[in-house]
Design a protein. Structure first.
Length: 610
């Protein structure tokens, strides 16, 4: 029989549930690996701040104390190997804490540490590197008074494979590419070579699909009403074969859904270029990926292609830049939204004058958002009768932010219908900058059984994105009459995701024959206009890409994320709602198709992709 390696995606983030681990340890689940993704870009900065305050910290304590520690004996009895980026900025500290837990439990375990992602000492040499999102150089705007928290590179899968090859039961890493946990296991299990680019791309795709846990099994799915039993939603399992193909499924009897739509949404989530999804080990082309509903809750994934790896790593610099105060208060009654905006403007005017009286600088950034009045859409619904007024300010002095919150507390005495505040928060603002760095600058290592060895990582490449021939998406037939209009959600699934200071927006046709109508209604200019309210600074042209295998369009909208997740001052800081804003966008279609959809005989809510 063909060998199958089964990998479970146990977590998508530092705050994910521990339910995935428990599901994977059930007697009716067969598993070889659990992989854990715990390091969103904003988390690295928080962990680095912890380590500055206490050098013994800087890793994901929940991995040791909540997710794995209590189940460690059962995990080892089942022979399941673990791969996790729980090390944060202190992977050795994480491994030591987990070893102490294992010793307390009397559980023998071999833990390997992948290290070498920290580039903080190299910042002076890299300060002039071009910033990836067009904000000058890596160190532009970095003041001496603003402490650098971390400069870390996204390592690839080869060190993980090397650790497994040395017999590790558990591999702890710091900053790595999220999908590398899965790819490293597959390189080790199947013996894929460093130049097997199609296979490396296929393994990367599988890792990308399961790295966000339940987002591929119905979580955040456009067709949310068709996702059963959210309380018991299943965590994803990838059944991987030596030829790179895989089946995405979940534990039997769990909630959620694994469908063409749920998998396609996750496939394009946070993908900046469907033809050049770059990781250290390979340049992936996802345009020809095909999905097949093999059985209920089983989707086969094939068709990923790879090109020669890049010669660089992506590195992220996180630093602190002043203070932010956030105040949120419900307001009830007719014209509540109008009153909320009046209150916000009055607070900024009053406190701005107070800053001038103290000879302090003005606010560096402010935000007035009326949640419940279509604020995320860039609108203000005047008929709102129940809203949450959210005000945010930023300043380089903590005292200025405290002043703002003190004045905001007077809202109850100023606005009719204002109730008790929901949020009064002061946080240290973290900013993120990214750059590409030469692989030769880093020397990844693996430590196990008291020995540390260097891992050879190919630094050659040859990938050239300009050499990619790109195909245009189909348009309606010449002369076809589009006399009716339907909301986009009737024709497509949608998902948005943040990548630094941009977000991508995937629009996936429910049936291939719908794609021409989506193409005609969604030129880049229409998308740029729809999200213009999110742009800060110069406008960038919206890029539209085509993925024929998925009958999908992928849009890249730059300069829209407020400098990145940690720095974004808006309430939808990760852009999770950006795709939702497009669901009711009008799409011109033939009258007969609109009639079918209106009668409920069309594909709305259907999970097939035929």
């Amino acid at each position: 029989m063909e060998r199958v390696v089964r990998i479970g995606g146990a977590t998508a983030a530092i705050n994910d549930s521990g339910m995935g681990v428990l599901q994977f340890l059930r007697d009716d689940v067969q598993l070889d690996y659990m992989v854990f993704d715990l390091l969103a870009e904003s988390v690295v900065g928080r962990l680095a701040r912890q380590k500055l305050d206490d050098p013994q910290t800087g890793y994901v304590g929940a991995f040791v104390d909540r997710l794995v520690g209590p189940q460690l004996r059962h995990i080892r009895e089942r022979g399941i190997r673990l791969i996790a980026n729980a090390g944060g900025v202190n992977p050795r500290g994480c491994a030591q804490a987990l070893q102490r837990k294992a010793d307390q439990l009397g559980v023998p375990v071999r833990i390997a540490v992948v290290d070498g992602a920290d580039m903080t000492p190299l910042l002076p040499a890299l300060a002039g590197s071009a910033e990836m999102f067009g904000r000058g150089t890596l160190a532009d705007g970095l003041a001496e008074a603003e402490p650098v928290l971390a400069l870390t590179a996204y390592l690839g899968a080869l060190p993980i494979a090397a650790a497994l090859g040395r017999g590790a039961d558990i591999v702890i890493t710091g900053r790595i590419v999220d999908s590398a946990t899965t790819l490293g296991a597959l390189i080790h299990e199947f013996g894929w070579g460093t130049d097997d680019f199609d296979l490396l791309a296929a393994g990367t795709l599988v890792g990308h699909l399961i790295e966000c846990s339940t987002q591929v099994t119905g979580g955040t799915f456009t067709d949310w009403r068709e996702v059963p039993d959210w309380a018991n939603i299943g965590y994803p399992i990838a059944e991987c074969r030596p030829d790179g193909s895989a089946v995405i499924t979940k534990p039997p009897g769990t909630g959620g859904v694994v469908s063409i739509g749920s998998v396609a949404e996750q496939l394009l989530y946070e993908v900046e270029d469907v033809a050049a999804y770059l990781v250290p080990d390979v340049a992936c082309d996802f345009r020809a990926v095909g999905l097949r509903q093999e059985a209920p809750n089983r989707v086969e994934v094939t068709g990923a292609r790879g090109r020669s790896r890049p010669t660089t790593y992506k590195a992220c610099l996180t630093y602190e830049a002043g203070w932010r105060g956030v105040y949120a208060i419900p307001i009830i009654g007719p014209d509540a939204g109008e009153r909320a905006r009046m209150l916000g403007n009055a607070l900024l005017q009053r406190t701005g004058e107070m800053l001038r009286q103290r000879n302090w600088s003005g606010w560096s950034r402010t935000a007035i958002e009326v949640i419940g009045a279509d604020a995320a859409y860039g609108m203000n619904n005047p008929r709102s009768r129940e809203v949450v007024a959210r005000f945010a300010v930023e300043h380089n002095q903590r005292e200025a932010v405290d002043l703002f919150l003190a004045e905001a507390a007077a809202s109850l005495m100023v606005v009719a219908g204002a109730t008790m505040p929901l949020t009064q928060q002061v946080i240290k603002v973290q900013h993120l900058r990214s750059a590409l760095v030469d692989k030769k600058m880093l020397s990844p290592t693996v430590s196990i059984d008291g020995k540390t060895v260097a891992v050879a990582v190919p630094a050659d490449g040859g990938f050239d994105s300009t050499a990619i021939a790109r195909e245009a998406p189909p348009l309606p037939a010449p002369g076809e009459i589009l006399a009716a209009s339907v909301p986009l959600v009737a024709l497509a699934w949608v998902r948005s995701g943040d990548k630094g200071d941009l977000f991508n927006l995937a629009v996936i046709a429910r049936k291939p024959r719908f794609l021409p109508y989506l193409t005609a209604a969604l030129p880049p200019e229409a998308i740029a206009e729809r999200y213009a309210h999110l742009v800060e600074g110069a406008h960038h042209p919206v890029e539209r890409q085509y993925a024929p295998g998925l009958s999908a369009l992928n849009f890249v909208i730059r300069g829209t994320m407020g400098g990145g997740l940690a720095a974004n001052i808006r309430f939808d800081s990760p852009g999770k709602g950006n795709g939702q804003q497009l669901l009711d966008f009008p799409i011109a279609v033939p009258a007969e198709l609109a009639a079918l959809l209106h009668e409920g005989t069309g594909p709305r809510g259907g999970l097939d992709h035929g």
